[in-house]
Structures are given as C-alpha cells and as structure tokens.
Design a protein around this ligand. Structure first.
Ligand code: NAP
Length: 469
C-alpha cells in the first residue's frame, strides 16, 4: 500500500522544496509582523471560510459522510478558534515578557535581562481525517502556528481533498488581502508517506504537528528526530479514555449514566480521540444492572458510515481481534454492511484485563470494553497499568479529597484531562483546555493541541541581556 501511494506521490516533484523555501523566505517578514496584523490575518481566514457558505458544508458532508449538523458545528468551531487565537495574540495574554532589571550595585553587577517568546519557523501540519475542518487545513495546529508568526505548510489528508482545497483557497485569499508573502501558507496535496517524511526532514521546516494514528505519528516523529538537527514534532495519537464508575454514582442514576456513556461512546461513529473505550465498574448487582442498560442501548444503535474504507476495515479487524481474546465476551453487537460500523460492547474480568495489555489499546470506532472489578480497590490497580491517555473520567458522589483521592493522583500521572462526573467527548476550545497527555497519547505531554495554550508549541524563549546605550 505504501509503495502504491509513493508512486503517486509528490516527494520528488519539487512541491515540497518550493513550499519549504517559500516558507523560509516568508518567515523573515511574517515573524516580524505586528500582533494586530497576525490577528487580522486569522480573522480574514475565518471570514473567508464562512464566505464559502453551503458549498463548503456540502463538500465536507460528501467527502466524509459526517452529518450536516455536525459539519456546521465544526465550521463554527474552526472560525471561533481562529478568532479566539486572534484575540489572544492581540491581547498578548498567552505569553508574558519577563524582565529582570539590572543591579549595578551588586558584585558582580547583574545585567538587565528581558526574555520573550519567538516563533520557531516554518511548521509542517498534517491534517486529521476525523475533523476535516477543526483539525485540518485551517484547524487548531495551523491557527496556533500562524498566530505566533510561523509560516505553515499543510499536508492534506487524502480523506477530504476537495474540502482541503476550498479551505486552502480561503487562506491563500487572506494571505493576498493582508499583503503577506505567499510562502506564509502552502498546501501539499496528492501526498504519500514518503512526502510526509520528506516534509518533516526538510531543513527549512522547524516543527511539526499531527493528529492521527500511533503508527503515522511515530513514523513522522522518528523522521523529525533523525534529522541532523532534530525538531519538535507534536503528534496527538489518540487514546482509550478510561472511565471509572463508582457504585455510588451508578446507584444515584444508572439510567442517565448509561444514556450519557452510550452517547459519548457512539457519537460520530466513535471516531473521536476522546471516545470512552474502557469502562471500569464493580461486579455487583447495581454494576450488572447498569451493564444491562448499557448493552440494551448499544444493541439498538443504528450502524454509521465511517470516514474512510481503511478506517472501517481497521475497526472490524481490531474488534475481531478483541473478540478472539480468551476471557473477553461480547455483550452487545450490531452487524453492519460495507463502510458502515456497528457498535460493540465487550466485557472482561479484572484478571484478564491486567494480564492482556492489548485490552488497553484503542479500537477506533463505536466500541468499548467493560472491565468488571471485584471491588473499587481494583480501580487503582487497573489505572496503574494504563498507558498515557488524553483523558480519564471518574464518576462518584464523593468529594474530590475523599475515597477516590488516590485514584485521582494515579490518573494525573496517566492523563492530560481528568473528567469529573462528565463525559470525555466534547473538547472545549479555551484558555484552560488541556488536550494532550503522556505517551503514547502524544509525543510531548507538556503541551496541548487545543486552546490558546497550544500556541506555546511553536515558540521558544529568547533572552536579551544588557542594553544598547
Ligand atoms: P493516519 O493513518 O495516521 O494518517 C494521518 C496522516 O499521517 C496522513 O497524512 C498520512 O499520510 C500520514 N501517515 C500515516 N502513516 C504514515 C507513515 N508511516 N509515514 C508517514 N506518514 C504517515 O490516520 P487516518 O488515516 O486518519 O486513520 C487511520 C487510523 O488513525 C484510524 O483507524 C485511527 O486508529 C487513527 N486516528 C486517530 C485519530 C486521533 O484523534 N488521534 C484521528 C484519526 C484517526 P497520507 O496522507 O499519505 O495518507
């Protein structure tokens, strides 16, 4: 497959070279534009995306099979994100300048130090298949890099080529309207794996951002680290998003909990990196009753069309592998034809879960595994064995410092966002959001790829010592 794609690719046709050289040239100018100029560029992109009107929405629906209402929401989120980053840049509140005054009376004299955050340089962005607008050509990565003064080269995702062209056109139009150098933004289409690697390894590229599979994220991260001058490569590679349901919470509202969890599990045919794929409950009467309710909801879920045929094939294969594991049983299953995926609910006992690390791996789609624990004390043991996560959820009536304090501490070591009595899907874009987490959820747990803190991925501190007289 990679070979076939390479034959149709662009790695050798000069597209990458032209884009990278133009980005490096543009950096000299764009990085020195004022915050207000960058902010009005971001707002111009948002205006341009909105002006594409229904043609854009119809194109996205046609290419992705996502429902029209979801696509309209995603467009609104994308434009809101661009404008929010524009505001953050104008206000300057995302980065603070630090000044230590000189002290010439001290021995030895202390010089004045002023440190500022400066853009890294051209950024390579890899569009995601599951957010054709909000995590693609003009998505969060592009918006964050442009906001801080970095030119962007986007490698489009092959699942939505026409959408990418339309949005890319809106960005090019904003570049012209704002009088910016053309190399500030480039779109690479008709890609292949080799083109992605070549882009990340181009000497003019100074950082990369990616949302997608662990395999793709790690291949590109390795390429970035194998350069003579390694660069930061921020890959968000999804996670299984464990949910711990204490018996008191189940007792207080099993019906609404089952409904909420089912919605979160099957939303968007389960194609979210925050989909709750692992649920821990105690194997007692109320736990089993809850499970029956959840299984009934899963059985009644209509199948949904997945984003691409390979994603659907991977879902079927992964669900099949899970089914074949001794000690795992199917509680509810919906069969489906073609590119449609049916929801599946699996269950296992705590010993099987602890002895099979594969059960903590993501099955991308509408599938979850319930682990039946002997007591709530098992929750912490299970949490200890989790790989890094984007989110971890705890449902309990207890106070945060109460019975689950140790579990929460353990989950802090594992996840970037802890959800208390809520559901992990639905990632707000704001100043407090953390969408990231320890490896393998991402390649750098110190940063978020959503919200205004995501701008910090594409800057580095520079200190000025002393003053010109
Ligand atoms: P993907 O396969 O990771 O592809 C994303 C991008 O990475 C594409 O541009 C792809 O290149 C590139 N890429 C993939 N493997 C590569 C490699 N070995 N070397 C260089 N570049 C590589 O993601 P996808 O196509 O969207 O879906 C596949 C799976 O990814 C899903 O089944 C799911 O498990 C996971 N996924 C996770 C998330 C998440 O939120 N973290 C989102 C979507 C999908 P091409 O353009 O040449 O294809």
């Amino acid at each position: 497959m990679a070979g076939e794609r390479a034959a149709a690719g662009t790695a050798g046709d000069g597209q990458i070279e032209r884009a990278a050289v133009a980005a490096a040239e543009a950096f000299r100018d764009y990085s020195r534009r004022s915050a207000d100029e960058r902010a009005s560029f971001l707002c111009g992109i948002a205006d341009g995306i909105e002006q594409l009107g229904d043609a854009l929405l119809e194109c996205v629906v046609g290419e992705t099979a996502l429902p029209a209402a979801r696509v309209a929401n995603e467009r609104a989120r994308t434009c809101m994100q661009l404008r929010m980053f524009a505001d953050a840049v104008s206000l300057g509140d995302w980065s603070e300048e630090r000044i230590e005054p000189a002290d010439l009376t001290r021995q030895p004299p202390r010089p004045r130090l002023r440190s500022v955050l400066r853009p890294l340089g051209p950024v390579a962005v890899f569009g995601a298949s599951n957010f054709p607008l909000a995590f693609s050509v003009a998505g969060g990565d592009t918006a964050a890099a442009l906001a801080v003064g970095c030119p962007v080269i986007v490698k489009t995702h092959p699942a939505h080529p026409r959408t990418s062209e339309l949005v890319g056109g809106a960005i090019h139009a904003a570049v012209s309207k704002c009088g910016l150098p053309p190399g500030v933004f480039s779109l690479l289409s008709d890609g292949c794996y080799e083109a992605g690697v070549a882009l990340v390894q181009h000497p003019a590229v100074k950082a990369g951002a990616f949302t997608g599979s662990g395999q793709g994220g790690m291949a590109l991260w390795r390429a970035a680290q194998a350069r003579p001058d390694p660069i930061p490569f921020f890959a968000e590679m999804g996670s299984v998003n464990p949910v711990f349901l204490f018996s008191d919470a189940i007792g207080a509202g099993a019906d609404s909990l089952a409904t909420g969890l089912h919605t979160s599990m099957t939303l968007g045919v389960g194609q979210f990196c925050t989909q709750p794929g692992l649920i821990f409950i105690v194997d007692d009467e109320s736990g089993r009753d809850f499970l029956q309710k959840l299984a009934a909801l899963v059985s009644a879920t209509p199948p949904g069309t997945m984003l691409t045929a390979p994603i659907c094939a991977t879902y079927r294969r992964s669900a099949g592998e899970r089914r074949a594991i001794e000690g795992v049983r199917v509680l509810a299953e919906v069969t489906s034809p073609g590119m449609q995926a049916g929801a599946t609910l699996f269950a296992t006992d705590v010993q099987t879960y602890l002895s099979r690390p594969a059960l903590a791996e993501e099955v991308f789609g509408p599938s979850s595994l319930v682990v039946l624990c002997k007591t709530e004390a098992d929750f912490e043991r299970c949490a200890l064995r989790l790989p890094g996560q984007l989110t971890a959820t705890v449902w309990t009536l207890a106070a945060i410092q109460g019975a689950c304090a140790d579990l929460l501490w353990q989950l802090e070591q594992k996840a970037g966002r802890l959800v208390l009595n809520g559901f992990p899907t639905g990632v707000e874009v704001n100043a407090a959001m953390m969408h990231g987490g320890p490896f393998p959820a991402t390649t750098d747990s110190r940063f978020t790829s959503v919200g205004t803190r995501s701008l910090l991925r594409f800057v580095r501190p520079v200190a000025y010592q002393g003053e010109f007289s």
